[in-house]
Design a protein around this ligand. Structure first.
Ligand code: GDD
Ligand code: MN
Length: 368
């Protein structure tokens, strides 16, 4: 009997694309046992209903409708954990990934490759799905940075279209970032000895809906790389959060000095700078760190208020901790101040990550 293939598709607002996606796969995989596992994050456009309707007609379709969880990487993790097939193929649900390539990917796995990736940039490929020169340039910077870390020369290390064995994926899963950034990069990073075969494909333009990944991708890539260099101890979003905070503190000092130059007394200048920096941090984190969960309209202002509250409590924790440290260490100002800041930033991140941007636990479970 041939190996069963599980095609894992993460979706967010792809209702209109589900049926054509299935048809493409059915044509490509005719004669082989396969299944489609769609992992949908409770899309408001009714993607899950579209999948369920499809599942009534086809026994090889399943839908994981996640109500409390969010995120592309963790959706793929869930899909692989639910997969029945020995081979898993991960692809987007927006028809940008060509289902016709799947049989070749499977054959390459059967021929002995550990991982097969579909590349947009292998020689001779014209990239229709990356419309502007700027987007193409960004993409090439990203690739170079990623390859440096992987110690390989992949033509498309940030692809979202790849295949491997369920066994290999599950064996790597404990080390993958749950709230991660690029799933293939993560997998390749933790399998640096694995053989990876790249196959060319033509990245189609999006047919329905909107692409969710933009310029902030380079920033998140840098944070992701820093997270990997920390051995996975620091999650990428925490690094992004701290990065934004550092830029915010430059902002803080500029406002403080300029308001004092304009005649404000110190405490007034400091108060203005604190509020300005807080609004800055919140807004920038909202578009950069949480670009995929960005708050808009009324939700933005509610979030800002809550952030103010969380930050105020953080200041209390900061000052108390710094004070205790200062007393214990008999006047080591610098160390005491740093301790307070670390507590403050972790508190602020952990609480707002969860309460404001609705992200699940940032921690992975260690395996002793
Ligand atoms: N479950 C779930 N949760 N699915 C999501 C989420 C989410 O939070 N965000 C996006 N998706 C789904 C989309 O519905 C789509 O099926 C797929 O993930 C990719 O999202 P797009 O918004 O289409 O991303 P893209 O086209 O900009 O980027 C794709 O191509 C890049 C280059 O190959 C992705 O595959 C990237 O991972 C890839 O790097
Ligand atoms: Mn897409």
């Amino acid at each position: 009997m041939t190996t069963q293939i599980s095609v894992i598709v993460p979706t967010y607002n792809e209702a209109a694309n589900i049926a054509p996606l299935y048809d493409g796969l059915e044509r490509a995989l005719a004669g082989r046992p396969w299944e489609l596992v769609v992992v949908d994050d409770d899309s408001p456009d009714g993607t899950a209903q579209a999948v369920l309707a499809l599942a009534e007609r086809h026994a090889n379709v399943r839908c994981l409708q996640r109500v409390q969880e969010r995120g592309l990487c963790s959706a793929v993790h869930w899909g692989v954990q639910a997969a029945h097939g020995e081979l898993v193929v991960v692809m987007d649900g927006d028809l940008q990934h060509d289902a016709a390539l799947v049989p070749q990917m499977v054959e390459a796995l059967e021929a002995g490759s550990d991982i097969v990736s579909a590349s947009r940039f292998l020689a001779g490929q014209e990239v229709r799905g990356l419309p502007t020169a700027r987007r193409r340039r960004l993409s090439s910077y990203g690739n170079r940075l990623t390859n440096l870390l992987l110690g390989r020369a992949l033509s498309d290390p940030l692809t979202g279209f790849f295949a491997t064995s369920r066994r290999l994926f599950l064996a790597t899963l404990p080390r993958l970032q749950a709230d991660g950034f690029k799933i293939f990069f993560d997998l390749a990073y933790h399998n640096r000895q694995a053989t990876i075969r790249e196959l060319p494909f033509e990245f189609a333009s999006r047919r329905h809906g909107q692409s969710k990944l933009q310029l902030y991708v380079l920033w998140l890539l840098a944070c992701d790389i820093a997270a990997k260099l920390s051995g996975g101890v620091l999650p990428p979003r925490l690094i992004s959060f701290v990065g934004v905070g550092l830029i915010g503190s430059i902002f803080h000092f500029s406002v403080l000095y300029s308001s004092m130059a304009l005649g404000a007394v110190f405490w007034v200048g400091q108060a203005i700078a604190t509020v300005v920096a807080m609004v800055f941090n919140f807004s920038i984190n909202n578009v950069l760190t949480y670009s995929d969960d960005q708050l808009r309209g009324a939700a933005f202002y509610k979030g800002l208020l809550l952030y103010g509250l969380i930050a105020s409590l953080g200041i209390v924790a900061n000052v108390s901790t710094a004070h205790i440290t200062y007393e214990r260490l008999q006047g080591h100002t610098f160390i005491a101040a740093c301790t307070g800041l670390v507590i403050d930033v972790i508190w602020r991140f952990a609480v707002s990550n969860r309460l404001i941007w609705g992200r699940a636990s940032i921690l992975w479970k260690p395996r002793w």
